[in-house]
Design a protein around this ligand. Sequence first.
Ligand code: NAD
Length: 264
Amino acid sequence: MTIKEFVAKEKQALSLDVSGMERKPHLVIIQANDSPASDAYVRGKMRDCDEIGARSTLCLLPPTTEEDFLLQKIAEYNADDDVDGLIVQLPLPKHISEAKVKLAVDPKKDVDGFHPLTTFIPCTPKGIVDYLADIGFEFQGKNAVVLGRSEIVGKPMAKLLLAKNCNVTVLHSKTTEEDKVFYIAHADLIVVAIGRLGFLDQRFQYKESAVIVDVGINRNEEGKLRGDAVADLPVAVQTPVPGGVGLLTRLALMKNLIIAAKNR
Ligand code: NAD
């Protein structure tokens, strides 16, 4: 089953779930940038809400928005009983502290899973693990390599795989090439989230049975979206870009939104 088919199947189940709910889950997205990429992500999330029968509201603010004003907006939505999930689209303008914004969102509504006290699993790692479980990947005792150590992907991914009893190694920008070669060659699962076009390529050796999950979103010279891995590496499974982890991330957001609505 392709990721597209998996997501379609899961969304059907979510629609059924939502159709049985008296109050439809409501997601609020605050966007304080004018990035075309963010516009596309936000549109995608709102379309997903529509598809599963949930409600969504976009609060679009100019990039010149003051930090205090944004924090006040967050406080308003935190206090609004009709809002189940609240997310602030990244990136934020440079003059606004991402850390402050993440802390300001009520952990009960933090469906992105960014607050330190959140009960939600961040969407990209959650989407990946759900998909791996669906394709029958057995986590226990497997060598998992996570490339990248960001707060939103690398670190929570490593934590989640550890909770699934994988042997987890995190590689990052300060890891030597020699060590990367060693760990990648022994990996059963490689999650690459570094934002480097085609970083995983034929110069590495892979286990034939390995699974590569490509989180990276990069543009090639022709402006096309491509991942952190070159296509068709000699492994058992490799997720595509586009049409891969991005869809899984969006699906996980819808799952978190429904959980948030049910928790209330
Ligand atoms: P980031 O951009 O904040 O940080 C990059 C990470 O990669 C750092 O931890 C750094 O140590 C590591 N790194 C950089 N160069 C490296 C190298 N040569 N070798 C090993 N490690 C290296 O990370 P991010 O926000 O997780 O984003 C990573 C990529 O994933 C980006 O392309 C981003 O657009 C994409 N992304 C996709 C989704 C999705 O839903 N598909 C979600 C989030 C991020």
